[in-house]
Design a protein around this ligand. Structure first.
Ligand code: D5M
Ligand code: FE
Ligand code: ZN
Length: 584
């Protein structure tokens, strides 16, 4: 594999590049897995090309402009603090916010205290457009015998559960369908980058990539506002209400506390000013670089645009996108090979899913699917000093062990595996599925997809995305935290993009089509990466972050990241009700 920076160095060298490439390959150690920039820089041919100074160090590429290089744009505003028109009250309604919350029911399975089923319905204010998953009023009531055992407050409704009144725990001893060793299983409606990557990563590729992102999101927005090209604003009459759709280049706060947003479309750029404290300004506070938004407002005819309403390509409000059939387990961040992998908890999970332990709600027999949203193994060379955290130091052995652990899941369950930043595929997103050589280690009930990937599972549209962008979103959007990853996932949905911010943690491969755009709202948005479980329903989409199987690493301790290992979200696709199954 080749690191994007190394590739960029090679691509930046004059043609023909064969000699350089051959030189780099000659200089590699046999065990090299990823060719980094240092391998290129120490190559003799490179030193000849850069004049022996070992230079050529470039900062990561800034986002390519949507605009052709010649300035077509709107006149730049004067640098003095702008004077704002006072917004007349009642002129517009603020966009609805949909803040997220941690929701869900927790079931502790096989915990040492012998408590099979500790239910802790979480409470909290309900945000607009957001339905609590696993809400007692939506969820099943515990059968009386169990309710009695768990005391007051543990009574939950019984809809969706086998008949109540039985004194034996529902599900224990239920027959499990026979295991079938079927044909390799084929995913319906799969869309990902696997086998379709064409980009080289040249500057022109980035321009094309960002234009594609812009036009895809513009299409969603254009049904909601009648936007004009930014370039045409300079011919416009002051005071008339106009709409534009642009990609955010920069957001800042002026000395007076107004939000100043540089907005760009393929025709030009404009500075948009949102006045402090105006209705809807909370939404403006959450603007991030590179997202595509619509703005309605007025121009002063002198190069400034006063934003009144910010329009996001947000989903239309609805209660549920779809329901399907069967139950699904949502997993991610197994980190096989890490010394922190919680193998004993995994074994408890396996015993449960195989029907070998008590299962008060009879869930294990209903499981038909399992999706792993990246970081199946811990990988090697992912962060400095990782070696000390590895129980298995060979990447192939990590996958061999992962295949063994996954094969303990009954064959009747269809398993989908998507990669993450610890897996052995390119780091730049979209990532392709694991290579054939590794897939062959797994059984026929396992299928492999890229990151992100959309497919149909149990009759509903699933969107799996590892979630590396959550690191960027948590940093940039006020109110987000690692403890509530579902809120960051809601922010992706509002922006119709899985990784709106360019150039920070997530490196993006500028493919012809921006596969990170959320074209159609999925029934399920499934992420991982941040190692904390979170669930929310937002405008009909069930958003779940599936946590991890890795205990807190030293690094995470230093960063104050508190993982929630060995908790598995279970989603009943027929009702879209979710539960947390606790194997910790
Ligand atoms: O990421 C697991 C979690 O740890 C995720 O929340 C990001 C965080 N993390 C991982 N590496 C770093 C660095 N280098 N800086 C800051 N935060 C980090 P995973 O992808 O499983 O390692
Ligand atoms: Fe991870
Ligand atoms: Zn990760």
């Amino acid at each position: 594999m080749i690191d994007p920076e190394a590739l960029e160095l090679i691509a930046s060298s004059p043609e023909p590049r064969d000699e350089l490439v051959e030189g780099v390959i000659r200089g590699l150690e046999r065990s090299t897995l990823v060719v980094g920039a240092s391998e290129v820089r120490r190559c003799e041919r490179w030193l000849e090309l850069v004049g022996g100074d070992g230079g050529g160090v470039r900062s990561p590429p800034k986002r390519a402009s949507l605009k052709p290089p010649s300035p077509l744009g709107f006149a730049e505003p004067p640098s003095s603090a702008p004077t704002m028109p006072s917004p007349s009250p009642g002129e517009y309604s603020p966009p609805k916010t949909g803040a997220s919350e941690r929701v869900g029911l927790e079931i502790s399975i096989g915990d040492p205290a012998g408590g099979l089923g500790i239910f802790r319905p979480q409470t909290g204010p309900r945000a607009p457009g957001l339905v609590r998953l696993g809400d007692p009023e939506l969820d099943g009531r515990l059968i009386p015998a169990w309710a009695a055992k768990f005391g007051p407050g543990s009574e939950l409704s019984a809809r969706g559960l086998p008949s109540s009144g039985s004194s034996s725990p529902v599900g224990v001893g239920l027959p499990i369908p026979p295991e079938v060793d079927s044909e390799p299983f084929c995913l319906e409606g799969l869309s990902d980058i696997t086998g379709r990557s064409t980009c080289i990563g040249e500057y022109q590729d980035f321009i094309r990539y960002f234009r594609d992102r812009y036009s895809r999101i513009r299409e969603i927005l254009s049904g909601r506002l009648n936007a004009r090209p930014i370039e045409s604003l300079r011919r416009d009459v002051a005071g008339r209400e106009i709409s534009i759709i642009g990609m955010v280049m920069e957001v800042r706060t002026s000395a007076k506390g107004n939000r100043v947003v540089e907005l760009e479309d393929p025709s030009g750029m404009v500075t948009v000013i949102f006045s402090k404290g105006a209705p809807g300004s909370e939404e403006v506070e959450t603007l991030v670089p590179d997202e595509v938004v619509g703005v309605t407002g007025t121009t002063d005819g002198k190069g400034r645009f006063f934003g009144k309403t910010l329009v996001r390509p947000d989903l239309q409000a609805r209660s549920l996108i779809a329901t399907g059939e069967g139950g699904a387990l949502l997993l991610s961040d197994v980190h096989v090979g890490s010394t922190y992998f919680v193998e004993d908890a995994w074994e408890r999970f396996i015993e449960w899913v195989r029907g070998e332990t008590d299962d008060p709600l009879g869930i294990s027999s209903k499981v038909r699917y399992a999706v792993i949203a990246g970081d199946l193994v811990d990988g090697i060379g992912i962060y400095p000093g990782q070696e000390a955290d590895l129980a298995i130091k060979d990447i192939w052995e990590q996958y061999e062990r992962a295949a063994e652990l996954v094969s303990e899941i009954p064959d009747r369950i269809k398993i989908v595996i998507s990669p993450g930043n610890h897996d052995v595929v390119r780091q730049a997103e979209p990532q392709p599925a694991l290579p054939d050589s590794l897939r062959n280690l797994f059984k026929k009930n396992v299928t492999f997809v890229g990151n992100p990937a959309t497919f149909r599972l149990g009759g509903v549209d699933w969107l799996v995305y590892h979630g590396r962008s959550i690191d960027d979103l948590v940093l940039k959007i006020p109110g987000l935290s690692y403890g509530e990853p579902e809120k960051a996932m809601v922010e992706m949905l509002k922006r119709r993009h899985l990784s709106p911010i360019y150039g920070n943690r997530v490196s993006i491969a500028p493919e012809v089509e921006d596969l990170l755009v959320i074209k159609r709202p999925p029934a399920v948005l499934h992420s991982g990466h941040v190692h904390t479980v979170g669930m929310a329903r937002y405008k009909g989409v069930t958003a779940i972050n599936s946590g991890t199987w890795q205990g807190q690493t030293d690094f995470q301790k230093k960063m104050n990241i508190q993982p929630t290992p060995a908790i598995v979200p279970y989603l009943d696709l027929s009702t879209m009700r979710a539960r947390r199954l606790i194997f910790a």
